[in-house]
Write a protein that binds this ligand. Structure first.
Ligand code: GDP
Length: 455
């Protein structure tokens, strides 16, 4: 039988209310020994808050509390759970926690409540991992996407794909094992059809997850351009549109400014290499290791040009440097008389070019719309299905896609069925590891160890 665990479930710090969570077969009896109220915290009214006091067993009241008993299996962990809401100061929380320990509970490990929920079948692995994404969400969209994962969107899609592949494997194996029987033959064409559809579905999931990842971690944008084109002004203007700047990370060096903001619910991490303005040739500076690292690290590069002065060699070199990366060219200072040819810029950049004036704000909306499209894709359908995926899930999806592509190639080459089933078994295993249907215990432990204590 499982032991009973206990931990502070709220953030440690001063707050109005703090919660201590106790889970396991002894939780009710254990809390009843330190809880004094009109009636004992009984199973007669589960899930009702009860007013009372926590005492230390020697007649001293520790705090005035509300306690609630949630019998398993209809609780977060699937076990009997008691939660005690006390005053949110450190001392009250720590003292009550200590009392639960002295009555026999053991300190919960990080993520142990959620791990128990998983082991008891309350959540599958992706749903459990989404709990952490919900807690760590940095924007509303990230929260919504994590919520979708929590409701099992990723698992459902994966189980569907896995089901189709399993049917195929079973069928192929039957043909291999009982060639003399009259089993309806699947043709290579049919096999290819199923494999192609499953491959497409896995790739589509991965794509959604990549966008979801941006929602988790923020889209990394580098703002580049030669001195005085308006990079700092642009950065400041963007930051002003953000009512809730998440944080202001001081640059790792004095040259580089990194800011976080959300635009229309999308977290952005903006890097301005403005500190390099004093150097002679900006593009040469791009050659400097650090600034190149910023460019390479960026998922989108904003190239700022001064439309009121003719294109310089530096500008041309810069456009060539970003040509093969996702980028957006901004022709700034549209409030002044134009002095460069938009056609030339378009030809050099091979990407989108927008005119704007950071000074009077003209065209700033377009920048926002463009960033939003970059993250979400066109239309709102893409947004509907967004879901967060963590690195583990993304990697497994990529492996599964890779093995599916190999199997597809083998099927096209009409390799024997048993060659196909060997690869497909691997794919089934990879997909199963995502949902937790087929996952080694060490991995489970590793995943939950990343959670915070009390979750
Ligand atoms: P950076 O060196 O690229 O970071 O450029 P700054 O942001 O420091 O801007 C250089 C100069 O251009 C400043 O004097 C800004 O006020 C001016 N500037 C920036 N944006 C605009 C704009 O849209 N129109 C005009 N007329 N001036 C601008």
């Amino acid at each position: 039988m499982e032991d009973t665990i206990s931990a502070i479930a709220t953030a440690l710090g001063v707050g109005a209310v703090g919660i201590i969570r106790v889970s396991g077969p002894e939780s009710l009896r254990l809390v009843n020994r330190i809880f004094r109220a009109k009636e004992p915290l009984s199973s007669s009214r589960p899930r009702y808050l009860q007013y009372g006091h926590i005492h230390d067993g020697k007649g001293v009241d520790v705090d005035e509390v509300l306690a609630v008993y949630m019998p398993g299996p209809h609780s977060y962990t699937g076990e009997d759970v008691v939660e005690i809401q006390c005053h949110g100061g450190r001392e009250a929380l720590k003292e009550i926690l200590r009392l639960t320990f002295s009555e026999g509970a053991r300190p919960a490990e990080p993520g142990e409540f959620t791990k128990r929920a998983f082991l008891n079948g309350r959540l599958d692995l992706t749903e459990a991992e989404a709990v952490m994404d919900i807690i760590n969400a940095k924007s509303r969209r990230a929260l919504v996407a994590a919520g979708r994962g929590h409701k099992g969107a990723l698992s459902r899609s994966i189980r569907e794909i896995r089901g189709r592949l399993r049917d195929l494997v079973v069928h192929l194996e039957a043909i291999i094992d009982y060639p003399e029987d009259d089993i309806e033959d699947v043709t290579y064409d049919e096999t290819e059809g199923v494999l192609q559809q499953c491959y497409d579905a896995v790739m589509q999931l991965r794509k959604k997850g990549e966008t979801g990842q941006i929602l988790r971690e923020g889209l990394r944008i580098a703002i580049v351009g030669r001195p005085n084109v308006g990079k700092s002004s642009l950065l400041n203007r963007l930051l002003q549109t953000d009512r809730a700047i998440v944080s202001n990370i001081p640059g790792t060096t004095r040259d580089i400014i990194e800011e976080q903001m959300t635009l229309d619910g999308i977290p952005l991490v903006l890097t301005d290499t403005a500190g390099l303005r004093d150097t002679e040739d900006y593009v040469e500076q791009i050659g400097v290791k650090r600034s190149r690292a910023i460019l390479e690290d960026a998922e989108l590069v904003l190239v700022v040009l001064d439309s009121a002065s003719p294109l310089t060699d530096e500008d041309r070199k810069l456009l060539a440097a970003v040509k093969n990366r996702p980028h957006l060219v901004l022709l700034n200072k549209s409030d002044l008389a134009p002095a460069l040819s938009r056609e030339e810029v378009e030809a050099l950049s091979g990407g989108d070019v927008l005119s704007l004036s950071v000074k009077d704000g003209a065209g700033m909306d377009q920048v926002g719309i463009h960033l939003r499209h970059f993250v979400m894709g066109e239309g709102s359908d893409a947004e509907m299905g967004l879901m967060t995926q963590n690195a583990r899930q993304g990697m497994l999806l990529e492996q599964a896609a890779h093995h599916l592509a190999e199997t597809l190639r083998d099927a096209r080459a009409h390799l024997p069925y048993d060659c196909l089933t060997i690869d497909l078994t691997q794919v089934l295993h990879e997909l199963g590891e995502i949902t937790g249907d087929d996952v080694p215990e060490e991995i489970i432990n590793e995943i939950f160890a990343q959670f915070c204590v009390g979750k």
